[in-house]
Each structure stands twice: as C-alpha cells, then as structure tokens.
Design a protein around this ligand. Structure first.
Ligand code: MGD
Ligand code: MGD
Ligand code: MO
Length: 702
C-alpha cells in the first residue's frame, strides 16, 4: 500500500503501483483499515478483569507488566515453565513474530501448539507430490486455456486473482468451478460441478481414469518426471465414472466433460482452495486432484500448474506463513525437506513443549498433564470463535488461573482474558513480510505512532524480559529494544544474509525473492525423495499411515458409510456408520468477502453490507422441514446449536447448509459451536467441514 499521512494521521490508502498482483487496487477490507485504526472500539491501553464484577478496568502498563511477571515467576517455580501455553494465530504476519518464541525460550520454555487451522493438509499433499509449495506468479493464470477453481471461491477470497482469470476468459479460456455452492466465482464458468462435500477425491480419480483410457496423457512428461504412473493408472481405473457419480452425486456426463477439458484443453491451471481440504480425507483428496496435472504434463509450463500455496517469498523461518507459531526450525522442517515427526519427538534439551494439536486445542489444553496448564498467552488469534469446538475451547480457557490476550478489539477470546494488552496495527511498527499467493517480499513501514498506550508485541516481550532479569546482552539479536532504530537494525540483520535485500531497497517497492521462479518448476526439478513428481509416495504412507497412492475414503461424518461399517479420523476412535450419519446435512462454513474470519465485521464500513449471520439452505431441504425464507431456525447437532434467520438459495446443493465462519458469539453465528476437534489425514490440519448437522424451525418465532 501507499499510505498518505497528514498531521500524523492516515489520510489515504492506495495500492502500490509496483505490486503487479494487485492492479485493481485495495479491497474493502484493506480500505477499512482506516476505520480499524481509529475505531472508538479499539483497545488502547491494558485492561484487567475485575474478578468480582467481570468487567474490564483500565490499568497502567506498570501494573500490567508487574502482574504478568508475578504470575510467570510463580508458575515457573511451582509448576515449571511448560505450565504456560503460548498460542499465536494468523492475525498478522511478519519477521518480528519470531520474537515471541525467543522470549518464551528465555523464560525457560512453554507449551505450544503444532499443526494449523488453515491449510496444512493441502501443503503436505503438495510437498509429498511436488517436493515444494510454490506456484507460478499470479499473472501467469492469464495464459491458461482452462482454469479449474476447485473448492475455491476466489471472487470472495482472492479477489485479485479473479482479475487475471477474467483476462484469460476474455482471451477465450474456459473456467470450471467445482463447489457444492453456486458462488460468485462461478458466474462466468462454463461448467459448475457440485459434488457432495468431501468426495472430490473420487471425482478426481474417475477423471484420471478417463484421461488415461482416452490417451490424453503426456507420455513424455510422465516418463521423464512422474513416479508411480502404472500403479496409479490401475488404481484410478478402479474408480469408474459410474461409481464416482454414485459417490459424488455428479452426473456421469459432467465427469466425462471435465476429463475431456483437462485432457485436451491445455495449458490447464487448477487453483484448489481450502474447501475440500477441511475433511478427514483431505490430504489424499488433494493428491488425487494434483495427479490430474501430473499425468497431463500441466506442470512447469506457462499457463499451467497447481496454484495452491506460493511460499517462494517465505525465505525467513520466522514468517513461514501461516505456520508461525512453532519454535524456530520447526516450520522450516515441516514445509521443507525434513519431517514433522522427528520435530515432534521433542528434543530433551528443548524447553519448549510442542504438544497441543491446534485442531484439538480445547480438548488437549484440558488434558495436558506433567505439568498441567495454568496460564495461557494468546496473540494474533481468536481461538474461541475460530478453532473447532468452541464450547471446549471456552472450558479450557476458563480452567486456567491466568490468561493474557493481546488484541486490537474485545474479541470473544479477549473476553476470556484476565489481562488484555492492546495490539498494534500494521501502520504502527515496521516489519518485513512475505506472502502466500503473490511472490513479493515487502516492508510494512511504520507510518504513525502507536495510538493511545499501544505497545507492539516485541516491546512487550522486551519489557518483560528486562523485568525477568535479562540484560541487554542476553537479548541482543533476539528481542529488539523498543526504538525505531533498534527495530530497523533487527530487521536489517535478518535481511543481511540475502544479497540485494535491505530496508532501503524494500522501501522503494515490493521485491522478488532470490531465485524466484515466475513459472514454478520450469526447471523440472522436484525435491521429492525420487526427484520426480510422486504419485506413489512411500513417504506419505510412512508418515501419515495412508495408502502410498492417492485413494478415496469417505469422510468420517457421512450418510454414505454403511451402517455396519466403521470409520475413523486420524485422531479419534472409530465410529459406526450409523453414528456417523445421525445428522443428514453437511455443514459448510466458508469465508466471506468483507471479513477475514472474525476480523473487520465490527466496522461500520463493513457492516453496511450485512451485519447479521444467517443460514443458507436449499429450498427442498427447507420445505422438508416446513421452513420458509426468513424463518428463524436452529442449526444443531450433538455438539451445539445456532439460532439464525434462514435464506433459501437455489444454487446450493441439496443436503448442504452454509453459515460463514467468523461471527462473534454476541452476534449468534459462531459456527464452531457445532464443529468437533478432529485432524485431517495429513499435516495436522482441522477437519472443520467433516461436520453434519440438522436444521429445525423455531416454532412461534414469527
Ligand atoms: N468452522 C470454520 N472455522 C475456521 C475456518 C473455516 O473455514 N471454518 N477457517 C480457518 C482458517 S482458514 C483460518 S486461517 C483461521 C483463522 O483463525 P485466527 O487467526 O484465529 O482468526 P482471525 O479471525 O483472523 O483472528 C485474528 C485476530 O488477530 C488480531 N490481530 C490482528 N493483527 C494483530 C497484531 O498485530 N497483533 C495482535 N496481537 N493481534 C492482532 C485480530 O484483531 C483478530 O482478533 O480460522 C479457521 N477457522
Ligand atoms: N475475503 C476473505 N478472503 C480470504 C479470507 C477471508 O476470511 N475473507 N481468508 C483467507 C484464508 S486464511 C483462507 S484459508 C482462504 C480460503 O479461501 P477459499 O478456499 O476460497 O475459501 P473457503 O470459503 O474456505 O472455501 C472455498 C469453497 O469451498 C467450498 N467447499 C466446501 N466444501 C467443499 C468440498 O467438499 N468440495 C468442494 N469442491 N468445495 C467445497 C465452499 O462452498 C467454498 O465456496 O481465503 C483467504 N482469503
Ligand atoms: Mo486460512
């Protein structure tokens, strides 16, 4: 962004002209930062909960820091440093985020989480197959002749990508969208395929079988660059179009049409989203879809490829996005060549206990022993609304003796705090950031002094470390002092190992990382164990206990599991088919245009476009329950319930209901009251969408 300042206040926000990924300018969320920074609701000084009244009362920084230090010292002496949980979400990224873990190491250790709420099943599936998580520059998609938006709603969640998709379409390319919902992304699609949620793996395997049968494969590419084609072929052909149609609810004719398009209308770019990687079978699903590009040679060429995660700008361990909450080294190993498992086997010397699965946060916080948790420190996240099982997460926070939350606003998680510290916004401290779609490394320059009494996290850590008795020497190179000069020299030192990168250069505009590939894998080097694209992955089998080939299994919660059989996710005991199918409707909880998860919806600029949660239903599902448009209804399962107004939507597949995620508890739409803590088959992700509910009309409400 280009930020114009007048009299110390932000006056104007504009897109930086040199960022080629954002030619259409800033989205509404970006523009709403103006309101976000100066919002009357913003927390501008420390707040302590009055244990009698439950109200928050203003305290000075001295009191706040004393209170923290007093608790930290007590817990360390009585129970050991691992009785403190350090939890960081994905609210803001940057090099300075690594400072948190340095503080906890100095303190003597802590307990922290592994895995991630967002996308690790897909990251791991991609790493196992291609060796690296990278893709071509955003503008390359304009060269594609076929674009498949598979479980991705870019019109809302990646609006800048749509500009390049539109360019491709204007030039004659075709767009296919695969989503149980009709979305804004599908407006110009030539084909909208609406699979039953969680069955995309079966669809992909059937398409692969047809591509192979019709000899639409790229024989040379396969023989040069693909491992396991023969075995994959045999397995994919087992998934006939008829069988896939039965599993997925997609007509056979559509399966044939998509196979023909992918097989004959290249270059093909598949841009998979996160929708179908939030199930217990997602890693295998993502591997099945990626295989379609491998067998047709749509990798390493302009206009072709797998646009999932572009981590080329993530050159610093500290900003491996969005998994920034691991101790240094941990994230690198997961995303790079090393393995997750050897890192999870905690080094006996390491004072940081990496023991809580983010997907199971509530359950595992409560179950943690030796030592049990007594305190939590939360920053840049809102786990009460965003992590699975809101009830359990609330119980877990309420079981602790002392909770510190750093945030800009009084979120549902902040309300659980004993002490709230005010958080900076991106304009109040300089930092260096990478991205996960566009390739740039950028500086986020301090533009205004922090409002009120706000102190950036790094300064809070610095002050705490000093109070805990660490001198400047102990902090040098780890936790910078508070002045602008100290922050800048800290950042400069992190940039120094990279030739050409410096704050001065970054101030001129966005920079490409060293060795950037505009067309990813154009050198056809794949850093898998075999050096080839691995359709057959022994590593997948060894690490995640799945078949070495991508195969289809039903999600745990499914109406199609035979009553007599049992299914199990990776982190829970098996349930019988009858149990798994007790509720008949798939509960989808996607993202939405004008919020980022639980952020922005408290601003007037955003609320004017909708200030109330609602549930979308297919008219047939509604009629079967005597529900009409506008009725008040209850979405429920064993885990929780939500009372919401109903909107009928013809474009939504029957058997699915939708509430966007991120609504605050006070607004009544917190979807994770109905979800369960459950991991994906690989990557330790959260299987939010593996979740069935029912809906009933609330009688007499009208
Ligand atoms: N049911 C369901 N749940 C989901 C999803 C879903 O699809 N369905 N999606 C999941 C996904 S993909 C994700 S990524 C997660 C997101 O989960 P979170 O990262 O927990 O979610 P956010 O709502 O973005 O909350 C970020 C918080 O950080 C605060 N913040 C912003 N900047 C700063 C800062 O500089 N310092 C501090 N201290 N705080 C800051 C914001 O005010 C906000 O409260 O949610 C997940 N939850
Ligand atoms: N405006 C906005 N943009 C965002 C975010 C935001 O909160 N708001 N969050 C950012 C983050 S952290 C993330 S992770 C991304 C997510 O970006 P996306 O992946 O585009 O978003 P989602 O809404 O999670 O899911 C995409 C689609 O998957 C569909 N879907 C659900 N289940 C299935 C299934 O089983 N199969 C198929 N084929 N489709 C399915 C949903 O209907 C939805 O339309 O967006 C990023 N961009
Ligand atoms: Mo995410």
């Amino acid at each position: 962004m280009v930020v114009e300042i007048e009299d110390g206040r932000i006056r104007r926000l504009e897109a930086h002209p040199e960022n080629r990924a954002t030619p259409e300018g800033i989205c509404l969320k970006g523009l709403s930062y103006y309101e976000r920074v100066y919002s009357p609701d913003r927390i501008l000084h420390p707040l302590r909960k009055n244990q009698g009244t439950g109200e928050f009362e203003r305290v000075s920084w001295n009191e706040a820091l004393d209170l923290i230090v007093e608790n930290l010292e007590r817990f360390r002496v009585d129970s050991g440093p691992q009785s403190v949980l350090y939890y960081a979400g994905s609210g803001t990224k940057g090099l300075l985020n690594g400072v948190g873990m340095d503080f906890w190491r100095l303190y003597g250790g802590c307990t922290t989480t592994y895995g991630d709420l967002c996308w690790p099943a897909g990251l791991e599936a991609t790493r196992l197959t291609l060796g690296d998580n990278k893709h071509s520059a955003p503008w390359d998609i304009a060269e594609a002749r076929l674009i498949v938006m598979w479980g991705k709603n870019a019109s809302e969640t990646n609006i800048h990508q749509m500009a390049f998709v539109e360019q491709a379409l204007d030039g004659g390319a075709k767009l296919v969208v695969i989503d149980p919902r009709r979305t804004q992304t599908s407006e110009r699609a030539e084909l909208l395929i609406q699979p039953r949620p969680g069955t995309d793996g079966a669809l992909a395997l059937a398409i692969a079988g047809l591509i192979i049968d019709n000899r639409w494969i790229d024989v040379k590419f396969v023989s040069d660059h693909v491992l396991g084609f023969e075995r994959f072929s045999a397995s994919a052909r087992g998934m006939t179009p008829e069988r896939a149609a039965e599993i997925t609810d997609v007509p056979v004719a559509y399966i044939h049409r998509l196979a023909e398009l992918i097989g004959t209308h290249g270059p093909v770019t598949i841009s998979p989203g996160f929708g179908m990687q939030r199930f217990t079978n997602s890693g295998q699903t993502m591997r099945s879809i990626l295989a379609l590009l491998a067998i047709t040679g749509n990798i390493g060429k302009p206009g072709a490829g797998w646009v999932y995660a572009n981590l080329q700008s993530q050159i610093f361990d500290e900003v491996k996005d969005p998994i920034a909450c691991y101790p240094p080294g941990f994230a690198t190993a997961q995303m790079g060549q090393g393995g997750l498992d050897e890192n999870l086997a905690v080094d006996a010397e390491d004072p940081v206990r990496v023991s809580i699965s983010t997907a199971l946060l509530g359950q595992q916080m409560l179950a943690t022993a030796d030592p049990p948790l007594r305190m939590a420190w939360v920053e840049r996240g809102n786990p009460v609304t965003q992590n699975p099982e809101t009830h359990t997460v609330l119980d877990a926070f309420r079981s602790l003796e002392f909770v510190v939350v750093i945030d800009q606003f009084l979120t549902d998680t902040a309300r659980e705090a004993d002490l709230i510290l005010p958080a900076k916004t991106m304009f109040e401290q300089s930092d260096v950031i990478g991205a996960y779609w566009h390739p740039y490394i950028q500086i986020k320059q301090k533009m205004i002094e922090p409002l009120g009494e706000v102190k950036p996290e790094s300064e809070v850590y610095y002050l705490l470390a000093r109070r805990l008795g660490f001198d400047e020497e102990a902090l040098a190179g780890r936790i910078p002092g508070p002045s602008d000069a100290e922050i800048e020299s800290f950042l400069e030192a992190r940039l120094a190992p990279f030739e050409g990168l410096s704050l001065a250069e970054l101030r001129k505009g966005p920079m490409l990382p060293p060795d950037h590939q505009e067309v990813a894998f154009s050198n056809f080097l794949f850093s898998t164990p075999s050096g080839k694209i691995e359709l057959y992955s022994e590593e997948a089998a060894a690490r995640w206990d799945v078949e070495p080939l991508p195969t289809f299994t039903e999600p745990v919660e499914s109406l199609r599991v035979q009553e007599s059989s049992t299914v199990a996710g990776p982190t829970e005991p098996a349930v019988t088919g009858a149990e798994s199918a007790r509720y008949p409707l798939h509960f989808m909880t996607p993202n939405t245009k004008n919020r980022i998860h639980s952020q922005f919806n408290n601003l007037q600029m955003i609320r004017q476009f909708g200030d109330q949660p609602f549930v979308l239903m297919n008219p047939d599902d509604a009629a079967a329950r005597d529900i009409r448009d506008g009725d008040l209804a209850e979405v429920f399962n064993d885990r929780g319930r939500l009372r919401l107004g109903v909107r009928l939507e013809n474009g939504l597949k029957a058997g699915c209901v939708v509430v966007t995620n991120g609504w605050w508890i006070s607004e009544g739409g917190t979807v994770n009251f109905c979800s369960i803590g459950r991991e994906t088959d690989m990557g330790h992700g959260a299987a939010f969408h593996d979740n069935m509910v029912d809906v009933r009309r609330v009688a007499g409400a009208d």
